[in-house]
Design a protein around this ligand. Structure first.
Ligand SMILES: NC(=O)c1ccc[n+]([C@@H]2O[C@H](COP(=O)([O-])OP(=O)(O)OC[C@H]3O[C@@H](n4cnc5c(N)ncnc54)[C@H](O)[C@@H]3O)[C@@H](O)[C@H]2O)c1
Length: 465
């Protein structure tokens, strides 16, 4: 966390030096994961930010100083920037449009049943912004930060034009967001790149000012290319995950070790080691929906992207194959005491959207397993969004979770699980069986502690008690 702290302090200093207290007036419509973290980080570098959300409970919480999501470092930054008068929250889009010379859109773009993107939130915000525009406000830049199909910018521009009063001036920009949940603050303050697409010089100049405080390479493209970059990037990352999981299956069949294979592949800097972690597959609010969307977009443009269909199939099979391995050992799930460590879709977040851990738990519940689960942050979201309330026993820590369990499953890569006391776990459990869906544990340490250990793409170690 030191990185964001130090870097942001330095940046804030630099800007207050050059420009006084505030740089630009920015509004964000949609104060969820992306809107809240982006708005807060814009405020942190010196902009004056108004965050709008149409969920009054969320805005009430924020006005009371409560943060609706868990994201490392976020709470401190929100408090600091609210206190400095650079960050405000409201339910009024009109206030947002009035306050912000640049108006970002960060509302959901969920999938429809056929995989294509539901753009109704975007269309609604475009109309809402349009009716709040007045000619006396002057030029406004409307920036789409939500992940949207190529050509959405055109539709937003047409919609705003249709609903806005005569004489209102505006430009539409696409500015895809690459933050990762769990390290969003750091990603936003120290981005590896900034991409925005604009077909309008005035809007380009304003966007350059917005991003001036950030030390990162900036790629300026046309609107359509920027829109496409986001779906192409996320689909490529998902492809890397499915690729290494497929290679993991070959490792299991041949006696090779996926960790060593990934190391060897990743040392090639044309490939890189990141996103070559074999496991239960990808989840979360972005990859599953973005891959689906890119397949649908490609198909609608006349190109059937079969490679990405395979990426999805491999991802879905990955969880089922893991379940098969557990079933093979337990024979039947009915009444088996199963401990699950991890509910969030990945470490450092409380987000359980499309979490593989949650899906796995539902699979096992359907077969009658008696499940106790623990996650450092995601128990409340698992109860509500993961629909596990009343179906699973939630433990307060690792050791009460494994108490009496016949099998332990690691489903999320929290560092706390990697550092757990294996001897203590062994004492508490009723049997010595661990399934590690994230290859998180050290094989030697697990073997020394006397466990039978089955992971992904690596030979099983230990033997039944
Ligand atoms: N979460 C991520 O890691 C991530 C990363 C990059 C891009 N994205 C993209 O960013 C977009 C937003 O994602 P998110 O995770 O922040 O979603 P989210 O559901 O957490 O937040 C969206 C917010 O928009 C609000 N909202 C909806 N309609 C509104 C309206 N008309 N006026 C005001 N507020 C409105 C909702 O109440 C909600 O608080 C999506 O397109 C997503 O694909 C997400």
């Amino acid at each position: 966390m030191a990185i964001y702290d130090e870097a942001s302090k330095a940046l804030a200093f630099k800007f207050s030096d050059c420009y006084g207290n505030s740089l630009m007036k920015i509004s964000i419509i949609g104060t969820g994961y992306v809107g809240l973290t982006t708005g807060t980080c814009f405020a942190e570098v010196g902009h004056e930010v108004t965050c709008v959300d149409n969920n009054p409970e969320k805005v009430k919480m924020l006005l009371e100083g409560k943060i609706p999501i868990f994201e490392p470092g976020l709470e401190e930054l929100v408090k600091k920037n609210v206190a400095a008068g650079r960050l405000k929250f409201t339910t009024s889009t009109e206030e947002g449009v009035k306050n912000g010379e640049v108006v970002f859109i960060a509302v959901p773009t969920p999938p429809q049943p056929d995989g294509s993107v539901d753009l109704s939130f975007i269309e609604k915000v475009a109309r809402e912004i349009a009716v709040c525009l007045t000619p006396d406000l002057g030029y406004r830049v409307i920036v789409d930060k939500s992940t949207v199909p190529v050509k959405t910018g055109q539709k937003v521009a047409e919609t705003v034009k249709r609903y806005a009063a005569e004489g209102c001036e505006f430009g539409v920009v696409s500015n895809p967001e690459f933050l990762r949940e769990g390290s969003a603050v750091d990603d936003l303050l120290n981005p590896d790149r900034i991409v925005f697409g604009s077909n309008d010089d005035h809007a380009t100049m304003i966007m350059q000012k917005v991003y001036e405080p950030f030390v990162a390479p900036v790629l300026v493209t046309d609107v359509e290319s920027a829109e496409l970059i986001k779906h192409a990037a996320n689909s490529f990352l998902a492809l890397k995950i499915s690729y290494i999981n497929a290679v993991g299956r070959i490792c299991e069949k041949s006696g090779a070790d996926i960790e060593k294979v990934a190391e060897g592949i990743g040392m090639d800097d044309r490939i890189g080691r990141k996103f070559l972690n074999a496991g239960l597959g990808y989840g979360g609010s972005c990859f599953p929906k973005d891959v689906k969307a890119f397949i649908a977009i490609s198909e609608s443009l006349g190109y059937p992207f079969d490679l990405l269909k395979q990426v999805e199939d491999i991802n879905e099979e990955q969880r089922k194959l893991f379940l098969d391995k557990i079933r093979e050992k337990l024979w039947v799930f009915q009444d088996k005491k199963v401990a699950v460590l991890g509910l969030a879709f990945k470490q450092n977040t409380d987000d359980v959207r499309e979490s593989v851990a949650i899906k796995l738990i539902h699979d096992m519940l359907a077969e009658g397993a008696d499940i106790t689960a623990y996650d450092p942050q995601a128990i409340e979201t698992a109860k509500t969004f993961g629909q596990l309330d009343g179906k699973v026993t939630f433990a307060e820590d690792i050791y009460s979770c494994v108490d009496g369990a016949e099998v332990l499953i690691i489903a999320t890569e929290w560092p706390e699980f990697a550092n757990a006391n294996l001897s203590k776990i062994k004492e508490k459990m009723a049997a010595n069986l661990i399934f590690d869906g994230r290859n998180l544990l050290d094989q030697d340490a697990v073997a020394n502690a006397g466990f039978e250990y089955i992971s992904i793409g690596r030979p099983a170690t230990g033997s039944p008690a």
